[in-house]
Design a protein. Sequence first.
Length: 452
Amino acid sequence: MKRSLTILLVLILVGVVFAGCAKTTGSVTGTVTDKSTGSPISGASVAIGGKTATTGSDGKYEVKDVPTGEQTLTIKFEGYADFSEKLTIEGGKTATKDVTLTPIIKIGLVTDVGGRGDKSFNDSALRGLEAWGAGLKMVAGVGYQPLTDDEYNKTITDEAPDLADRGIKKFDIQPLVLESKQNEDYVPNLKRLADEGAKLVIGVGFMLTDAISEVAPQYPNTYFMLIDGVIDPAPPNVVCYSFKEHEGSYLVGALVGQMTKKNIVGFVGGMENFLIQKFEVGYRAGVKTVNPKAKVLYAYTGNFTNADDGQKIAKQQFDAGADIVYHASGACGIGVIKEAQARGEGYFAVGVDSDQDYMAPGRVLTSMIKHVDYAVWLSIKSVVEGTFKSGVVSLGIKEGGVGISPLKYTKDIIPDEVLNKVNTLKNMIAEGTLVIPDSREALNTFVPPTLP
């Protein structure tokens, strides 16, 4: 009798314990699927309240003994954006949560030989992919790290305040970047990124034109973006982004022509070709519009990589009487800015592509911003949203493609009437009432507008 009573008491106690557990824990079940295809995802990791599970071949999961109260459900699977959501768990009950995971799209980018760190063209393209597109920053020796919301917003307000109203946002993408050390790297780098599953492969610079023309037809299911080059007609999977550099350079010339004290200014180009001549010609037209007596010296380094070559030509032009020198020469421009800084008060450089004013505060009068970053972001947006169209896209002042820097370090020395005249010309270009020459032949027949 005593033994039976003991067993009964044990059973009662066990029941009480299990009943207590049932009241203090619950369960979560659901199915995990691919957002784009609706297919079940097998092997996804599920965690909530310190408990874990893995989805089966049918995408289903069940997590037991989850503590009651508000808990965070997280689901992760390689190649997809992480899912996270708070759920309220009730004791003894089962919550159901079906989840769709968004595939992370791989976006590849091949630099030209200027590479990462040129503080100009390539860095602008990388900003469009890594910072604006993916919300990431590259940390030396570590790799990609996520940007905080404040850091993300700062990349726009600091680098592109004129684009603050363009709706730039980050996407669920994975950047894949390959740096080219020589021209022979372009084709294998493009192929490697396509083979690694990049949905879009970006070629930075006109020097990749032939390479993309060769590679794109071999990968019809991969999209390609070419910056500063034109393939005509463009294959159905290729979009070419070009810029109206002459428009932005015209504004620079209009500012420089009013600010020069010596009526002699300079221009340093990289490789002498039609593209870089657009910078030169627009600049000369801008100077001519506001100061027809000013003389413009211009020369080319023949490359985009050697800062010493840029400094050498800048020195020659300053020695010849110039007090402001504008460059469109990639990393060579670092030397141009260095020379202006060495000269000190009364001498200025003008940066290009990115806002280079910070490189020598007070000695870089302004920078001609060429929003390669925005073009890269636009192409990513088109692929992510399924609106990609082949062809040629040209971005000028009206489209947010070019402009001048916010003059963070020099605005206080530039008279209001000078800036007002530059803004008047900017509005005329945007409205289509002022057409800027883009070649030396067109410059010869250019008639400057009459300004008050």
